[in-house]
Write a protein that binds this ligand. Structure first.
Ligand code: HAM
Length: 425
């Protein structure tokens, strides 16, 4: 019986892994320019972190976590997202003590959700996310959204829609919550059992229900924007002004609520429109989470961030026919004929690599013709042929594959010669 890969996961094979490396390098580069530093946190955390951080009433925590008891009888959970972990690390390592507030962090790593797999929805997926902790300046909300939009733009994606909303501060949310309960309560028995549960626990989540999305009460539900207090309105206005000033276009959608509990004030998603992308249209989501640091046991600290999955990004690039430039060639392939030459080629190969060049040789005892074929397949820029005769004359024959030009080089100069020819490698 053969063993298969678990549902909702994937092997990323050579040929595709280069695409991952490319977009990850792009993410690192934009974070460097925006001054976000990398943080790496464990793949699993105490289950309580996500119950408190992401929220007990969210689908993610109620239905989608991979939770297990370890041999020491602790309940652990594979992280379903990064914000709770980053916040925990921020508190635990007292990063708030940094004089250079705010603390700006980014991460790239696998997340785990027990979801119904479909294209763009995986059980293990990789998020690139950023978190800015310690600033209440609306300009940083705009910065976070700008970084996400620029990341996509620099990769060549266009036609993305930035959708924003404000969920307001605690006071506004309480007022809105009351209004939602009053709105849905009289007819809550027409809603799904999940929504009936949500009514008292977290009525905002009803607005995000996929099953009841066409119910007439949805369209007439009270909008958070009508319940924002003066301060929240002013904050949202400032965020929009900053986006306007940067020339980043957006639409306000008062039904955008997000699937995690920790948000307040700014919430946003980046959507893709267009054919070939199927049902999944959200590429990126994020927002402000003032209060989360306190929830995890730290001092009062505002925060904002986003996360996007590399899987959906690659789907979007593919749907848009964007070619990622991938260098897969090899600098020099050593072709050897004869026993002694073969032995010598192994140490020459070692020296080439030591000198910083990419190089390969035959390890399958192939005939000369097959070795040349292998060099072709690897798109070697040069082949260097070493026979026992050349070896006796302390020479090697170097051929530039693109021109067919051949030169004999002394074995003593071979490595520096190749270094010179392949300088830009
Ligand atoms: P989220 O909306 O749950 O937010 O996920 C963010 C992004 O992760 C989604 O927009 C999508 O690109 C990707 N994603 C989510 N689930 C899957 C899946 N099953 N398969 C593939 N991709 C997926 C968060 O995770 C928050 N932590 C974002 C955040 C950071 N908010 C503030 N800071």
């Amino acid at each position: 019986m053969s063993i298969h890969i678990p549902r909702g996961t994937q092997d990323i094979l050579p040929g595709t892994s280069e695409l991952w490396q490319y977009v990850e390098a792009k993410a690192q580069d934009i974070c460097r320019r925006y001054n976000y530093k990398e943080i790496r946190t464990p793949i699993f955390e105490h289950t309580e972190l996500f119950q408190r951080g992401v929220g007990d009433t969210t689908d993610i925590v109620q239905k989608e976590t991979y939770t297990f008891t370890d041999r020491g009888d602790r309940s652990l959970t594979l992280r379903p997202e990064g914000t709770a972990s980053v916040t925990r690390a921020f508190v635990e390592n007292k990063l708030y003590g940094n004089p250079g507030q705010p603390t700006k962090l980014y991460y790239i790593g696998p997340m785990f959700r027990y979801e119904r797999p479909q294209s763009g929805r995986m059980r293990q997926f990789v998020q690139f996310g950023i978190e800015a902790l310690g600033s209440n300046d609306p300009a940083i909300d705009a910065e976070v959204m700008a970084l996400a939009m620029e990341f996509y733009r620099e990769l060549g994606l266009s036609g993305l829609k930035l959708v924003i909303n404000s969920l307001g501060d605690t006071e506004s949310r309480i007022a809105h919550r009351e209004a939602l309960i009053n709105h849905f309560k009289p007819r809550i028995n027409e809603f799904c059992s999940d929504c009936q549960q949500r009514l008292e626990k977290n009525p905002l989540r009803i607005l995000d229900c996929k099953k009841d999305r066409d119910h007439e009460l949805m369209a007439t539900a009270p909008s958070i924007l009508d319940y924002l207090n003066e301060e929240s309105v002013a904050y949202f206005e400032k965020v929009k002004q900053h986006l306007d000033a940067m020339g980043i276009s957006y639409v306000v959608d008062q039904t955008l609520v997000r699937g995690l509990d920790y948000y307040n004030h700014t919430a946003f998603e980046i959507m893709i429109e267009g054919e070939g992308f199927g049902a999944i249209t959200t590429l990126c989501g994020g927002g402000r989470y003032n209060g989360l640091v306190e929830e995890i046991g730290g001092p009062e600290t505002p925060g904002i961030g986003f996360a996007l999955s590399i899987e959906r990004l690659l789907m979007a690039l593919k749907a848009a026919n964007i070619e990622i430039p991938i260098e897969q060639t090899i600098g020099c392939y050593l072709v050897a004929l004869g026993e002694e030459a073969k032995d010598k080629s192994a140490s020459l190969l070692f020296e080439l690599r030591k000198a910083g060049l990419s190089a390969e040789k035959d390890y399958l005892d192939k005939k000369v013709k097959a070795q040349f074929k292998a060099a072709d397949r690897l798109e070697a820029k040069y082949t260097a042929v070493l026979g026992d005769d050349e070896l006796a004359a302390n020479k090697i024959n170097v051929k530039e594959m693109s021109t067919g030009e051949q030169v004999e080089v002394s074995l003593d100069d071979f490595i520096t010669y190749m270094q010179d020819r392949l300088k830009e490698e």
